[in-house]
Design a protein around this ligand. Sequence first.
Ligand code: FES
Length: 104
Amino acid sequence: MSMHPLLRRRYRLDETPVPFVLNGAPETGRRGDTVLTAILSVSGRLRTSEFTGEDRAGFCLIGACQDCYVMLADGSRVRACSTALRPGMAFITDPGEMAEAAHE
Ligand code: FES
């Protein structure tokens, strides 16, 4: 698994920071980010496929394929490509932590 961010922010570098949590670590997105762009700006993957174990980064990016669902810390899921990042959102994309959250 690559830990280098898949996306590199090139514009809006001075946009308002939006704090969020990814697998327990504090991260920062920018106002106007989707959940997908915020996560992929700090991580090499969006989630791990529950079927193949492979890293996923979304597919259609327009809300049609459901490849980008990510789990929030409360156990709910959001479609990352079409959900706006909000301050304080906490995501679990690490497979070990996902299994732990599912049993809580
Ligand atoms: S990437 Fe296809 S629905 Fe989000």
